[in-house]
Design a binder for this molecule. Structure first.
Ligand SMILES: *Cc1c(COP(=O)(O)O)cnc(C)c1O
Length: 387
């Protein structure tokens, strides 16, 4: 449980923050695949083989567990490796319920991989609690929530959905990638397991692919630990170091990310070219009130649609000079993407339409550059994309 009451201190001093052996203020990158044993059954500090445990990875795992008010953390080779390992808690015949706007890769994993093993899934409306309860089938074993959900940034009342899910014996898993523990702590809201693509805000510098899991009970700790070692999709020591280093500046980075996002959302909202804007930090957003209850603010992801009658969205992407067209999010640099052909291309076109991912939808990951420069870039691209 948490040693520090303030997260800006915990990101730096939480978990295992220095090397006990040398006093180095950073836990070193321990590049060793195996550890000498002093005699049969006599392992120094418990290490034996680096898939089972590596000190650099353990430092990151302790850090994220502390930040999320969890019991234990686990680091994986990617966000999807983390999610896939958690899905191994379930078996053929079980059903996983997923939010309508779940990350495309999570959908693909369930639809194209796990389904072959008899693990079923169905889409549910976690942002409508009554509807959600009616969608729970007898074989449902877990619900996987994203709030805000990708890419329409729709908000789920995590506490309410967790209460309903628990009444029916479901495990509540939250993919907290868009928020991080700095903005939202799902375990404190009643969730059982938190998963992350640490590739995004936690790493924060677009230089590593990584995933994290945080659990809240001894039973989950033992099971996920067993699965992490058995499946073996572990995060290497150097990447563990990069993510851990990224986390130390999580608070200062996110403050700036969000400050910029709020300015850009206000700018886009008043622009006549913008037909729809999705940002839970705007008072006019349908998720604003619920998000405010459970999160520090609306985060730094914004989605919007240009008026297709008058503006050419393809041209808009071409005319950006500063904001980079790329998949991913959460790095210091601003990125823009086209969900229907990029992040959500693995979702069939008819389902995409049904859940509101139109071809004109643009998703913006607001970086920490000067807001004025970002707004100028957007303004210029919008002007030039006029038909
Ligand atoms: C990127 C992402 C993932 C997948 O993580 P990888 O690190 O790319 O494997 C999962 N969930 C969300 C919300 C994401 O944005």
């Amino acid at each position: 449980m948490a040693k520090f009451k303030n997260i800006n201190t915990a990101v730096i001093h939480g978990g295992i923050s220095l090397d006990e052996f040398t006093g180095a203020v950073n836990v070193p990158v321990y590049l060793s695949s195996t550890f000498k044993q002093d005699g049969l059954g006599n392992r120094r500090r418990g290490y034996e083989y680096a898939r089972s445990g590596n000190p650099t990875r353990e430092a990151l795992e302790a850090q994220i567990a502390e930040l999320d008010h969890g019991l234990a953390g686990f680091a994986f080779a990617s966000g999807l490796a983390a999610i896939s390992t958690v899905l191994n808690l379930f078996k053929g015949g079980d059903r996983i319920l997923i939010s309508n706007n779940v990350y495309g890769g999570t959908y693909r994993l369930l639809d194209k991989v796990w389904k072959n093993y008899g693990l079923n899934y169905s889409f549910v409306s976690t942002n409508n609690s009554k509807l959600f309860e009616s969608q729970i089938l007898p074989d449902s074993k877990a619900v996987l929530i994203e709030s805000p959900a990708n890419p329409l940034l729709s908000i789920t009342d995590i506490r309410e959905v967790a209460n309903i899910a628990h009444k029916h014996g479901l495990t509540v898993i939250v993919d907290n990638t868009f928020m991080t523990p700095y903005l939202q702590r799902p375990l404190d809201l009643g969730a059982d397991i938190v998963v992350y693509s640490a590739t995004k805000y936690l790493g924060g510098h677009s230089d590593s692919v990584a995933g994290l899991v945080v659990v809240s009970t001894e039973e989950q700790k033992e099971k996920i630990g067993f699965l992490q070692n058995s499946i073996g999709a572990v995060l290497p020591p150097f990447d563990s170091y990069l993510i851990s280093r990224g986390i130390k500046t999580l608070g200062v980075r996110l403050d700036r990310h969000v400050q910029n996002a709020e300015k850009i959302a206000t700018y886009l909202q008043q622009h006549p070219a913008v037909k729809n804007i999705y940002y839970p930090g705007l008072k006019s957003d349908p998720g604003y009130e619920v998000n405010r209850k459970q999160a520090r603010n609306g985060g730094a992801m914004i989605s919007f649609e240009l008026d297709e009658q008058k503006y050419d969205y393809k041209r808009f992407f071409q005319e950006l000079r500063l904001i980079l067209l790329a998949e991913s999010l959460g790095g210091v640099e601003s990125l823009v993407c086209h969900p229907s052909s990029m992040t959500h291309a693995s979702i069939p076109a008819d389902i995409r339409k049904e859940i509101g991912i139109t071809d004109g939808l643009i998703r913006l990951s607001v970086g920490i550059e000067e807001a004025e420069d970002l707004i100028e870039d957007l303004n210029n691209a919008i002007e030039k994309s006029k038909k």
